[in-house]
Design a protein around this ligand. Structure first.
Ligand SMILES: [Mn+2]
Length: 390
């Protein structure tokens, strides 16, 4: 085991002290915004405390829709249920992992006794939150850990917020190591996937600690299940869209192809299809477009041989918002911008075929607001879905 830095030692002391303070009459609920890191961290915290308390539930405040997250929950049998605020009274204690009480209005009214997170600290909107202290003291006295009836300000018994880590799963792994708990294959696999997604498999972030945790977990994990989770990229319901994409595929200039999917529920589906085509060797770029509500959305992906953001700009800058980076691009414009008498599909096709790039010294147009937001669904933005940013 690696020697602990002072911060790790302090965190470990606080964890041990808190764990010792747990009693058999406590009914805990771990609240999360479900993404792989949060799910894995919750599973680890449950493992750490379950033998010392009466019960531990994991509740998520969001809907899980991404196929990989659904696969993770199913194959690793993670018991995450939908949070029902009206059931709050059935718990004596609350914990939050991979998030903070200030992150979501759903958390504002809850008195958390444990906060473990790797996002930068953010105080609650109303008050300058009195958290933070507890961790330095090595945990608050027992009296504060009890569900105080009417005495605000509530001081959590355990607060560990360390933005230096690439994933909360890494922090939880260190706790398991420090407590000499060997993770089950399912728990180890969950934590591996948590680290993997938050660091984008170490491409986007992740340091020494994350890498070391990853290595240690690999000894316990089920690589077959891990591969199945990683491979779960699509939902059954999306397959007709792929069929539409294949049938409508047309060659464009410069080694590109374009597909028209007509009406789709969300632009994220266009992203999923466009990302699929990046796996086909020999396609220099792809534009996948469709109608979402009263808008036409075009998702561009390129192999980097030409600036695809500039192409998006060239084709659609005058009718809506368009732009992107070298390999990712996106354009959006209202259906009303389509030339009268022309089908939207033909309009897009015509522009992809004929538009000239604007001369270079040009202000990079702002990327459409939605493009910077969520991934394919309403899970959070921090789970390796960087490709959906266009
Ligand atoms: Mn995280």
């Amino acid at each position: 085991m690696s020697p602990a830095t002072p911060t790790n030692a302090a965190a470990m002391r606080a964890m041990r002290e808190w764990r010792r303070s747990l009693t058999k009459d406590q009914r805990w609920c771990i609240l999360i915004t479900a993404d792989p890191d949060a799910l894995a961290s919750a599973l680890a915290l449950k493992r750490i405390m379950q033998t010392r308390v009466r019960s531990v539930d994991i509740a998520r405040t969001n809907e899980v829709t991404r196929p990989d997250n659904l696969a993770m929950i199913r194959y690793l049998r993670i018991p995450a249920r939908q949070w029902q605020p009206e059931k709050a009274a059935s718990y004596t204690h609350f914990a939050i992992v991979d998030s903070q009480p200030s992150h979501n209005p759903a958390y504002f009214d809850i008195r958390f006794d444990v906060i473990i997170d790797h996002h930068p600290p953010k105080p609650l909107p109303q008050e300058a939150a009195p958290c933070g202290k507890a961790a330095e003291n090595g945990g608050a006295p027992e009296a504060d850990a009890a569900p105080a009836e009417a005495a605000p300000p509530h001081v959590p018994a355990l607060v560990d917020i360390r933005p230096g880590f690439g994933a909360t799963s890494t922090m939880m792994t260190r706790y398991l190591q420090g407590l000499r708990i060997s993770p089950s294959p399912h728990l180890a696999t969950a934590l591996l996937y948590g680290i993997r997604t938050d660091t984008a498999a170490f491409e986007r972030s992740g340091g020494e600690d994350d890498l070391r945790a990853y290595q240690w977990l690999s000894r316990f994990a089920d690589t077959g299940i891990l591969r199945r989770i990683i491979r779960s990229e699509y939902l059954r319901a999306w397959l007709p869209l792929f069929s539409r994409a294949f049938r409508s595929l047309r060659d464009c200039r410069g080694g590109g192809v374009q597909a028209w999917l007509n009406e789709v529920d969300t632009g994220d589906l266009l992203v999923a299809v466009a990302d699929f085509f990046t796996r086909v060797h020999g396609l220099k770029w792809v534009a996948v477009s469709g109608i979402v509500g009263k808008k036409v959305i075009v998702i561009f992906r390129g192999d980097g041989s030409r600036d695809i953001g500039r192409l998006a700009d060239a084709c659609f800058h005058d009718v809506g918002s368009a732009g992107g980076h070298r390999t990712l691009g996106r354009a959006e414009f209202p259906l009303s911008a389509v030339t009268p008498g022309m089908k939207p599909a033909d309009f897009v096709q015509h522009r992809l075929m004929s538009r000239k790039l604007r001369p270079l010294p040009v202000q990079q147009p702002p990327v459409p607001a939605e493009a910077e937001g969520d991934g394919r669904d309403h899970d959070r933005d921090s789970h390796g879905d960087s490709q959906t940013v266009a």
